[in-house]
Design a protein around this ligand. Structure first.
Ligand SMILES: Nc1ncnc2c1ncn2[C@@H]1O[C@H](COP(=O)(O)OP(=O)(O)OP(=O)(O)O)[C@@H](O)[C@H]1O
Ligand SMILES: [Mg+2]
Length: 510
């Protein structure tokens, strides 16, 4: 039996912070919480990313809820990827429960039911603020990675983006993208070949098939206007609480491609628009991804590379990313190696393979004289977890089996009428939920083809008339030069300026 007082001092010393922090719970010794041995996470390190892992039903989503609420309370805005639709309750206070009071008594912090400012967002036609982005904003590099095309095809995509840029043809949605592809091998073939090189129909056909695949996963809903301004994720309410933005993704489980596309787009946009952060002592935004294995599950190697590099880079913008998943091995090693906070809930040892995985997981935690990590991993109760964090100097804190606090907000979802009220209060819905289909590449190219056809018909009629008059007058062949410029040479102008993060993305995504 270890000395409780010595353990208490060990935890207090290890989790001491100078700046602001959030409290997760109390450290446990021999299976019991040591009251007031608080496990505190400095706000300053919350942009260092994290992982919440553990078997099903062990409390991962509630841990996510606790972190989100406590950040919001400190004025830090949060973005939650809610895969199972079980987080909307954050907008209502907890009804409380004797068990919760008991838990908090053991921890040594008072339990205060509280609700938090919530905005509901959606990637599809579900209720909430519509999240959309234009094809132009993605830029050719990112689009190529998302579609998983070959080098040659990626080259073609770059040419088409350049052509559209040069000719002021906005690429807003997938309809525009498909149109320019088709145009490049049909009506616009000669024009594009002259300036930019020939595009083979086989390659453009292959790209088209990839676009259709993305469309089938709902990509057509995501690409288009009005494109979401990531600054709207940074709102703080009138009481100084950070908004908790919940993206409802219950309908995306079987569409992993759309999800990884969306995540990558969001991260790239955040990276390119947020200013570089100095040492502000707190994160600007914290993003939680529940059921995170879904992003990695079907991602191509190129896409994984992209996600890994952006995870690394985004930290400097004051953005923390937290992955929530059952098994740590669901997250690529390159991402795992960058994580500052690890909250490991219980793992279950049913099979030999499970036992091996537990041993491996245990080895990835700091050694502690107070715990046999592999044994603790299988004996943790619900709402308990092994925590390892970084202190303000960036040094790992002592490993702490932790009795976690309970969420201040409701652990259950909102009722329908509560959700309706919440959506009614939204200031962003009116800004983003109008369907826009302004003049873009699709319409402009159709117009261009139409003009070309008309000119061609006129030219034909003129020639026929000439031929008729020639044969009637018997004069020699007309040497008159063609005066009408080919419509394809005309530069089409549109009032639209393509809002492009292309340059930056190209740089960071190399
Ligand atoms: N910190 C906590 N305080 C009080 N109760 C908790 C806590 N964490 C978890 N629980 C209880 O455990 C239940 C399951 O938790 P949760 O939904 O977070 O599990 P999970 O690991 O996300 O499960 P799944 O893998 O199925 O998504 C909760 O409904 C709640 O009753
Ligand atoms: Mg869960």
């Amino acid at each position: 039996m270890a000395d409780t007082q010595v353990f208490f001092d060990h935890i207090n010393e290890g989790y001491k912070t100078k700046g602001d922090f959030i409290t997760l719970g109390a450290a446990m010794l021999d299976g019991e919480a040591v009251t007031n041995a608080l496990v505190k996470i400095p706000l300053k390190t919350m942009n260092r990313h994290g992982l919440i892992a553990g078997a099903t039903g062990t409390g991962k989503t509630k841990t996510l809820q606790i972190l989100a609420e406590n950040l919001s309370e400190k004025g830090v805005p949060v973005l939650l990827m809610d895969m199972k639709g079980d987080l909307s309750g954050i907008a209502q206070p907890s009804p409380g429960h004797p068990k919760i009071d008991e838990r908090h008594e053991k921890i040594g912090i008072p339990f205060e039911p509280k609700k938090f400012p919530v905005e509901i967002l959606s990637l599809s036609e579900q209720d909430g603020v519509r999240l959309r982005a234009t094809v132009s904003e993605f830029g050719p590099v990112l689009i190529s990675r998302i579609l998983g095309v070959s080098e040659t095809q990626a080259g073609i995509i770059s040419i088409l983006f350049k052509y559209c840029d040069d000719n002021k043809l906005p690429l807003l949605d997938l309809k525009d993208f498909k149109k320019i592809l088709q145009y490049s091998t049909e009506e616009g073939k000669a024009e594009i070949a002259k300036e930019y090189g020939r595009i083979s129909p086989a390659s453009s056909g292959a790209i088209l098939r990839k676009i259709v695949e993305l469309e089938q996963q709902g990509g057509d809903l995501f690409f288009g206007e009005k494109s979401f301004d990531t600054d709207d994720l940074l709102r703080v309410d009138e009481n100084g609480m950070g908004y908790i933005n919940i993206v409802r993704l219950t309908d995306i489980q079987d569409r992993p491609k759309l999800f990884s596309t969306f995540m990558l787009c969001l991260l790239a946009e955040v990276y390119s628009t947020f200013p570089e952060q100095g040492d502000s002592g707190r994160p600007e935004l914290v993003i939680f991804i529940d059921e995170a294995h879904l992003i990695f599950k079907e991602a191509s190697d190129a896409l994984l590379d992209q996600i890994e590099s952006i995870v690394k880079l985004i930290r400097s913008k004051g953005v923390g990313l937290y992955f929530v998943t059952q098994n740590p091995t669901d997250v690529p090693d390159a991402v795992l190696s960058q994580l500052g906070l690890k909250v490991q809930h219980a793992l279950r040892a049913f099979t030999a393979k499970d036992r091996k995985a537990i041993k491996l997981t245990a080895e990835n935690y700091p050694i502690s004289e107070y715990y046999k990590t592999d044994e603790v991993l299988t004996s943790l109760g619900i709402g308990e977890a092994l925590v390892s964090a970084l202190n303000e100097k960036g040094i790992p804190t002592p490993l702490a089996a932790t009795l976690l606090r309970a969420p201040m907000s409701r652990m259950d979802v909102l009722e329908d009428d509560e959700l309706t009220d919440l959506l009614g209060e939204s200031k962003l819905i009116s800004k983003y939920n109008k369907e826009l289909d302004r003049e873009s590449a699709y319409e402009l190219l159709n117009e261009k083809i139409e003009t070309a056809n008309q000119e061609e018909a006129k030219e034909k009629a003129r020639k026929e008339k000439e031929a008729a008059s020639r044969s009637s007058s018997g004069r020699s062949r007309s040497r008159r030069r063609r005066t009408s410029r080919s419509p394809l040479e005309k530069v089409l102008t549109s009032p639209t300026v393509i809002r492009s993060v292309l340059g930056i993305l190209t740089k960071i995504l190399k």
